[in-house]
Design a protein. Structure first.
Length: 251
């Protein structure tokens, strides 16, 4: 039943209608994810990554095909419902942290909770807990321009996580960082996944993609699983590493 499905795409097409010639940006894309997975979507420029990200993140809807997220059939939702689903289920992280420059780190992290109607005191506590989680307890009152690039990206990750979304959706999150800082950010994603957060990493960089347990390739709008990366295509939850609170079921 749809209401038990965590994440399933079936034969998703996205066509951008343009005068002259339509652009067929996604072609029959099918993808199933389990909660707690760490997936990379790897593909070259123009292959359809951002298009796919926009659909996964409920920023855009497919031309045809089925997409179910947390039991909701996305194609049946109106703009408002889509926005609600997006705010609840998706934490976005982009290449540039996109923090608001006039707000402190803490206020930036509080923002999604303001939109969600959370009261000030709880907002503050949750924002501080998240900033602690990403290793920034001593930087909460800094403005973005008083933070390093890696620290800004940590704030962005805290902001993405503070609403407790089901999926962290990252588009080249280390693209603007030097190698060492980028590696630290990738380490953080790994830790978050070890804590059973679902991570979708969108990148053109094989080295970045290789950190995930499972890689899918996107080329010219077509998605293929990489059999080399082990994980079967069936929806079988993988037992998590030590420390995970989630138990695998034997049935
Ligand atoms: N709004 C749009 N209108 C028309 N065509 C579009 C639109 N957005 C994307 N496209 C086309 O769809 C295809 C996929 O674009 P997309 O932005 O998804 O690629 P990408 O994999 O994210 O590339 P990059 O790595 O450069 O960001 C491209 O051919 C692009 O020109
Ligand atoms: Mg893109």
């Amino acid at each position: 039943m749809a209401d038990e499905v965590f994440f399933r795409m079936r034969e998703i097409d996205k066509v951008y209608p343009l005068e002259g010639e339509d652009v067929h940006a996604l072609k029959k894309v099918s993808l199933t994810l389990d909660e707690g997975e760490y997936l990379s979507v790897l593909g070259p420029s123009g292959s359809g990554k951002s298009t796919l990200m926009n659909i996964i993140g409920c920023l855009d809807t497919p031309t045809s095909g089925e997409y179910i997220l947390q039991g909701r059939e996305v194609e049946n939702l109106d703009e408002l419902e889509l926005a609600e689903l997006r705010n609840r289920e998706i934490g976005f992280i982009f290449q540039n942290s996109q923090l608001l420059p006039r707000l402190t780190a803490r206020k930036n992290v509080e923002l999604p909770l303001i939109y969600a109607g959370v009261r000030p005191r709880e907002r503050r506590e949750r924002a501080e807990a998240m900033l602690e989680r990403v290793g920034l307890s001593d930087r909460m009152d800094h403005m973005p321009n008083q933070l390093s690039g890696g620290q800004q990206q940590r704030v962005a990750i805290a902001r993405a996580m503070v609403g407790n979304p089901s999926i962290l959706l990252a588009d080249e999150p280390t693209g603007a960082l030097d190698q060492k800082t980028g590696a630290q950010i990738m380490e953080l994603f790994q830790e978050l996944n070890d804590e059973h957060r679902t991570v979708i990493m969108i990148t053109h960089d094989l080295k970045i993609a290789s950190r995930a347990r499972r890689i899918v390739h996107i080329i010219d709008g077509e998605l293929t699983d990489d059999p080399q990366w082990g994980k079967s295509h069936q929806a079988v939850p993988q037992p998590k590493q030590a420390g995970s609170a989630v138990q695998s079921r034997d049935d």
